[in-house]
Design a protein around this ligand. Structure first.
Ligand SMILES: C[S@@+](CC[C@H](N)C(=O)[O-])C[C@H]1O[C@@H](n2cnc3c(N)ncnc32)[C@H](O)[C@@H]1O
Ligand SMILES: [Zn+2]
Ligand SMILES: [Zn+2]
Ligand SMILES: [Zn+2]
Length: 697
C-alpha cells in the first residue's frame, strides 16, 4: 500500500473490513481556506473550444505518440492530453502563463483527480508546476502513475533493460529458432499463426480467419486449405490432401453432414489451437512465412515440457471470477488466466518473475508494468491483422474490441524478437520507457497553422516530480504527487486543501475497466504482491461496473465522490471540472442528482469533440461526437452565480447542440428545487425515450 496510513474511511478490501482502522488518519483542523477571495477564473467565462478541438483531433488517432509518458501500461478510455491542458490553462491566474504554449502556471496549486484512470489530469497538471493528487479504485492506474510520474535517468533504465532482455534471451531464445525455408540456416521466429480446432459429426476441422496471409505487392502469400503448404504467388503444387480440413471464417456448416460446426470447449484453451505458419527472419533472406515444420513442433513440445514444471496457480489464485466481461471466459470453459497463454508465453512470464526478484523495488515497478502491458500482445487471444501490406506483422491485441474476443487465427508473438516489431519488449521499451523518458524532460506540443504543423518545445516544463506520502506534503513546493488506491467515495481528505478537481468520471454504463483488467492484474499481483491492495471489491465500489440498479448505484457512488470533492475544495475559489457525454436521460439524471446531493452549482459548460464517440439512434442523432465540459462551484452562502434558463425540449438532432443543451439543463436543475424523482422525470421529458432509459428510434 502507498503511504503508511490508510487514507480511506472505509477499507476497500472486504477481507480487511474488520481489521482496518476507520478513523481518519489526518490531523487537519478545518483550516480556513488559504485564499478566501471570491475570484473569477478564465474557465468561468470562456474556453477555447476550437483550438482544443483541432489539437484533440490530431492527437486522437495516436495519443501515445503525443504524450508517451502517460502510456506505460494499458488503460481504457484515456482522454486527450491537449484537451486537459486547455482546461488547466483556463484555471491559470497569471495572464502571461495562460497561453497553451507557455510553460507552467499552476505553481502553488493542488489539483486532484478522484478517478484518475490513465492519469491524464495528473500528468498535465504536474507539468504546469502543480502539486497533484490522484486516486483510483483499481491498482493499475495507481502503479502506472507512480512509475510514470517518477523521474529517473534513462541511462539506468537502458542498462537494466538490456540485462533483462539478455537474461530472457539466454534462457528462451533457443525455443524461437526456426530454419529459413530458402537456405535452411538458423532464423528467428517473429510470430506463429495458429488455427482454431472445431468439430462436426464427421470429426475435427481447423478454422482460420483467411487463407491469404499477406498481400505482398502482387506476390500474395497464401496457405493451401488442402495440404497447409504456404506458398507465394498463384502456383502451388499440392503435396498431401489428407490433413484435417482447413475452413475459413464464415463457413457455418459442414458440407457432408450439414451440421453446424461447434467449438471444442472441453480441452485446455491453448490446446484448442494448432500451429500452422511461422513468420520469421533470416539474416540473408529477410522476412519469410513458412509452414510449421517437424523441427518447429519439436521446439514447441520442448517448451510444453518445460512449462509443465511451472504451476502459477499454486502460487496464488488465478481463477477467473464472474464479471460483466470475464463471464465470456468462463462460458468458453476458461477457468484460470494462465490458460490464455502458450507454454512459451508462460516461460516468458516465469523467467521475468525470477529476474525481477533480484532488482530494486523501484525498478521492479516499471519493468513489471512493461511485462504486464506486453501481455496484450503476447497471449493466445491475440489475432492476426498483418494480411494488409500496410500492416507488417501487425498483431490484433487482446483488447482491441474492449472485450474478450476469441480469434480463429491466433497469433503467438515472440516477445524477445530482435527487431522493434509490434508487441516485442524492444518495441514496448522504446515507445513507453525510452521515448517517454526523453519526452518527460522535454515536453513538446504541436502548433497547427493552416496546413502546417510545427513542434513547440515547452521549455521549463517536466512531466514528473517527487512522490509524497500524504496530503499534507502537497501544501508546499512544486511538482509533488500523491497517488493512492481506493474508493474515492470513502476518502479521508483534509478540508479546504484542493484548488481544483479536474476529472473524467466513468460514463454510466461504459467500459468495465476493472473487470477487464483482471487479465493484467493477476500477473501484476504475482510480481508486486506488496505494492497494492489486490483484493478490493470491484463490483461493489466502482462507479460503473456491470450496474444492474438502473443507474441508481452510479448516482450514489458518484454523489459520495462529489461530496468528498466538495469537502476538499477551497470553498470560495475551488472548481470541479469534468468531461461527460451520454445519450440516455437516465445518465444525465443520475449525474445531476449526484451533483445536487453534493451541493455543486454550474458556472459554465463547453463542448469539445469527443475522442470516444458513441453511435446512438435517438431521433435524428446518429452518433454522439462531443463531450460537455462542465465547470462547477461548491455552494456557498453567498452564491451569486449565473441563473441558467429553463431549457425547452433538447435538440437531439445535432451532437454539439445536444451536449451544450444538456450542460445548460444541468445548470437549471442544480438551481431548481426539484426532488430527485422530479429530476428523473424532467430529464425524461427533455430527452424523450421510454422509461427504461433506452432511447427510442
Ligand atoms: C473514465 S476513467 C478516467 C480516465 C482518465 N481521465 C484518463 O484520461 O485516462 C474513470 C476511472 O474511474 C475509476 N473509478 C471508478 N469508480 C471509482 C471509485 N469509486 N473510486 C475511485 N476511482 C474509481 C475507474 O477505475 C477508472 O479508472
Ligand atoms: Zn535464408
Ligand atoms: Zn461434418
Ligand atoms: Zn496444397
Amino acid at each position: 500500500m502507498y503511504g503508511k496510513a490508510n487514507p480511506f474511511s472505509l477499507p476497500h478490501c472486504r477481507q480487511n473490513l474488520m481489521s482496518m482502522p476507520l478513523q481518519t488518519v489526518f490531523d487537519f483542523h478545518n483550516e480556513a481556506p488559504r485564499d478566501s477571495r471570491t475570484s473569477v477564473l478564465p474557465i468561468d467565462e470562456s474556453f477555447p473550444e476550437e483550438a482544443a478541438n483541432e489539437l484533440a483531433a490530431l492527437e486522437s488517432y495516436n495519443k501515445h505518440l503525443y504524450r508517451p509518458n502517460t502510456y506505460l501500461h494499458k488503460w481504457w478510455a484515456r482522454r486527450s492530453g491537449t484537451t486537459f491542458r486547455h482546461i488547466l490553462k483556463q484555471l491559470v491566474h497569471e495572464p502571461g502563463k495562460r497561453d497553451f504554449y507557455e510553460p507552467g502556471g499552476l505553481e502553488g496549486k493542488i489539483i486532484f483527480d478522484p478517478m484518475m484512470g490513465g492519469g491524464t489530469t495528473l500528468h498535465e497538471a504536474i507539468r504546469m508546476g502543480a502539486n497533484v493528487a490522484g486516486i483510483d479504485i483499481d491498482p493499475i492506474p495507481v502503479l502506472q502513475a507512480k512509475a510514470s510520474l517518477s523521474i529517473s535517468t534513462l541511462r539506468h533504465k537502458q542498462v537494466l533493460f538490456s540485462q533483462f532482455l539478455d537474461t530472457l534471451r539466454h534462457e528462451l531464445s533457443s525455443l524461437y529458432e526456426t530454419a529459413c525455408p530458402s537456405c535452411r540456416k538458423k532464423g528467428e521466429t517473429q510470430f506463429v499463426l495458429y488455427a482454431l480446432r472445431r468439430r462436426c459429426s464427421c470429426g475435427e476441422v481447423l478454422f482460420l480467419d483467411d487463407l491469404l496471409l499477406r498481400q505482398n505487392n502482387g506476390h500474395p502469400v497464401n496457405i493451401c486449405h488442402k495440404c497447409r503448404g504456404v506458398f507465394t504467388g498463384k502456383e502451388h503444387e499440392c503435396r498431401d490432401g489428407s490433413a484435417t480440413p482447413l475452413m475459413v471464417k464464415g463457413t457455418k456448416q459442414c458440407e457432408r453432414c450439414h451440421e453446424r460446426f461447434s467449438d471444442i470447449l472441453d480441452d485446455r484453451f491453448s490446446q484448442r489451437y494448432v500451429p500452422l505458419v511461422i513468420a520469421g527472419t533470416c539474416q540473408k533472406h529477410g522476412t519469410f512465412f513458412k509452414r510449421v515444420a517437424k523441427s518447429d513442433l519439436e521446439f514447441l513440445d520442448r517448451a510444453r515440457g518445460l512449462a509443465e514444471e511451472i504451476d502459477f496457480t499454486a502460487l496464488q489464485d488465478f481463477r477467473v471470477s464472474e464479471g460483466p466481461k470475464s463471464g465470456d471466459l468462463l462460458r468458453r470453459g476458461i477457468g484460470t488466466y494462465p490458460e490464455l497463454f502458450t507454454p512459451r508465453q508462460l516461460l516468458y512470464l516465469d523467467a521475468s518473475q525470477r529476474f525481477l526478484r533480484q532488482v530494486s523495488d523501484r525498478d521492479r515497478l516499471w519493468i513489471t508494468l512493461l511485462v504486464s502491458t506486453s501481455l496484450e500482445f503476447n497471449s493466445l487471444l491475440c489475432g492476426y491483422k498483418g494480411r494488409d501490406i500496410r500492416r507488417p506483422g501487425a498483431i490484433r491485441h487482446v483488447f482491441s474490441h474492449h472485450a474478450y474476443s476469441f480469434p480463429y487465427t491466433a497469433l503467438e508473438n515472440n516477445p524477445l524478437f530482435q527487431k522493434k516489431t509490434s508487441g516485442t519488449l524492444n518495441r514496448i521499451f522504446n515507445d513507453r520507457v525510452a521515448r517517454a523518458a526523453e519526452w518527460a524532460l522535454k515536453p513538446v506540443e504541436t502548433r497547427i497553422v493552416g496546413e502546417r504543423r510545427t513542434k513547440v518545445p515547452i521549455v521549463g516544463e517536466i512531466d514528473g516530480g517527487e512522490s509524497v506520502p500524504d496530503w499534507q506534503s502537497l501544501m508546499n513546493g512544486k511538482r509533488k504527487f500523491f497517488v493512492a488506491q481506493g474508493d474515492s467515495a470513502y476518502l479521508n481528505i483534509p478540508e479546504n486543501i484542493v484548488d481544483y478537481v479536474v476529472t473524467d468520471p466513468p460514463y454510466f454504463d461504459s467500459v468495465q475497466y476493472s473487470d477487464l483488467s483482471n487479465f493484467f492484474r493477476v500477473w501484476l499481483r504475482l510480481f508486486l504482491p506488496n505494492e497494492a491492495d489486490w483484493c478490493y471489491d470491484v463490483l461493489g465500489s466502482a462507479v460503473s461496473e456491470g450496474d444492474v440498479s438502473g443507474g441508481r448505484k452510479y448516482g450514489d457512488v458518484l454523489s459520495r465522490i462529489w461530496k468528498v470533492c466538495f469537502k476538499a475544495l477551497k470553498r470560495k475559489t475551488g472548481r470541479l471540472v469534468f468531461t461527460f457525454h451520454h445519450w440516455r436521460h437516465g445518465a444525465w439524471a443520475e449525474l445531476t442528482i449526484s451533483l445536487k446531493r453534493a451541493r455543486f452549482f454550474l458556472v459554465n459548460r463547453y463542448v469539445v469533440f469527443s475522442e470516444n464517440p458513441i453511435s446512438v439512434h435517438i431521433l435524428g442523432l446518429k452518433s454522439l461526437k462531443h463531450d460537455a465540459i462542465l465547470v462547477l462551484k461548491p455552494h456557498t452562502a453567498d452564491k451569486a452565480g449565473r441563473q441558467w434558463p429553463k431549457p425547452g425540449v433538447i435538440n437531439s438532432t445535432d451532437s454539439h447542440t445536444f451536449c451544450r443543451d444538456c450542460g445548460t439543463a444541468i445548470g437549471w436543475f442544480l438551481d431548481s428545487d426539484f426532488t430527485e424523482e422530479e429530476i428523473r422525470q424532467e430529464w425524461k421529458k427533455l430527452l424523450g425515450g421510454d422509461g427504461s432509459g433506452k432511447a427510442s428510434g
